[in-house]
Design a protein around this ligand. Structure first.
Ligand code: ADP
Length: 395
């Protein structure tokens, strides 16, 4: 790096600073209107011919947006003014380059650009790293009032907010792409099985070994059920997220629902259902939706804790609510995954890959919240999981 300043331009935390910059995936990105607009606004506001937003990596200043620099994109770190500006968390103000020892002999001052005035406000991440600058440049020396300095710093904060928003957008787009990949993968499996079953049935429609036809019809049935679950999850999740849902809240017998809705798990003989607690409790809510929550939690226990022989449902009366616990003695959940478990699209990558869109618990949480209740999980690796939810006794 050719350093025209003769001072150290590398702050002690440069490696961390560059790592912070990389989080934003903004270095070397395309031009974007929002950043151009900030530079245009700065020029208008301060009646200044040149403004730019730059981000600085290990050896290069990348000009993300500019007015008056004729499309300049990259500047060597040893030359750019930004490299000096990032050395301090405050504004770097050079009201007259001819009178500033660092800049008086700078090639941009003595040669073609003839910069006389420079003000660079640092762009600082929420965790305190200076990743770039918002700069004003003039070919005349000028005085820059305290008020103007404050304003420029505020605009640099706007540039940081825009950088954050941009990152969130990128993350959302990545999440959407991942989700589409998972959803299409999940749907392809049952569609392929369905297609195969129909082909066999078609080939044997007249003569066919009856036994084979029966197996194929079962396979087709299973595949259609699987597809129905997936499509219903997608539909429910989008309606719940948009709050485009009306709950039909009526008083109902929670104990009765619990004793009837989850029997299906005992059919295979692999699991037993143990129901405990006060089953006489009445609640007000949308019975079909609460059934969906219960079935989902119990199905998850079967799916993610397949060797848990006993799955228990416990009903607990609290002073003004009822709490339902669904407990398995399966593999449990990693502590760092617990905070994310109810988020939309969250699927754990642990252990054997399980089918699912990562929507089940999100749907449960939305239903419970819309009933004014709470939902949570208590789990320890190797020691099973208890998923619980509460419903207010009077809604
Ligand atoms: P899906 O709809 O794909 O089954 P969920 O939202 O129901 O997803 O669950 C999200 C993640 O939570 C799953 O990928 C799984 O890793 C974890 N999980 C849910 N229930 C249990 C359980 N009883 N034991 C262990 N992990 C579980």
């Amino acid at each position: 790096m050719d350093n025209v300043y003769g001072i150290n331009l590398i702050p002690d935390n440069d490696a961390e600073r560059i790592a912070a910059l990389e989080r934003y995936q903004i270095f070397n990105s395309h031009k974007e209107k929002a950043f151009d607009s900030i530079c245009e606004l700065a020029c208008e506001l301060f009646s200044c011919p040149i403004s730019h937003i730059s981000f600085l990596n290990a050896d290069t200043e990348f000009v993300k947006a500019e007015v008056g620099l004729n499309g300049l994109q990259f500047v060597n770190r040893g030359v750019g003014f930004c490299s000096v500006a990032i050395l301090q968390p405050d504004l770097l103000l050079v009201e007259d380059t001819y009178k500033h020892e660092l800049f008086v002999n700078h090639p941009y001052v003595t040669d073609k650009l003839r910069i006389r005035f420079y003000a660079g406000a640092p762009i600082i991440t929420p965790d305190g790293y200076i990743i770039g600058t918002l700069c004003l440049i003039d070919t005349e020396p000028r005085l820059f009032t305290e008020k103007e300095q404050k304003l420029l710093k505020k605009l640099a904060n706007v540039a940081m907010e825009q950088t954050e928003l941009r990152r969130n957008n990128i993350a959302l787009l990545q999440q959407r792409d991942e989700f589409i990949a998972i959803a299409s993968h999940e749907m392809r499996t049952p569609v392929t099985a369905l297609k195969a079953a129909i082909q066999v049935l078609h080939a044997h429609q007249d003569e066919g070994p009856i036994e084979l036809n029966k197996i194929m019809i079962e396979q087709a049935n299973r595949s259609v059920n699987k597809l129905t679950y997936l499509v219903t999850d997608l539909f429910d999740a989008s309606r719940l997220a948009a709050r485009n849902y009306t709950l039909k809240k009526l008083p109902f017998d929670l104990g009765n629902l619990i004793t009837t809705c989850c029997d299906f798990i005992t059919v295979s003989g692999k699991h037993e259902l143990d129901i405990e607690g006060d089953l006489s409790v009445q609640v007000v809510g949308d019975e079909k939706k609460i059934e969906q929550v219960l079935v989902n939690l119990v199905e998850n226990a079967v799916k993610y804790a397949p060797y848990s022989k006993v799955i228990s449902i416990q009903v607990q009366q609290l002073p003004d609510a009822v709490r339902v616990n669904v407990t398995d003695s399966g593999p449990g959940i990693e502590p760092d995954q617990l905070p994310h478990i109810f988020k939309r699209y969250f699927r754990s990558e642990n252990g054997a890959p399980q089918s699912g869109l990562g929507l089940g618990l999100y749907i449960c949480a939305e239903i419970v919240k819309q009933h004014g209740g709470e939902i949570g999980v208590k789990s320890e690796l190797g020691n099973g999981s208890t998923f619980w939810f509460t419903l207010p006794l009077s809604v």
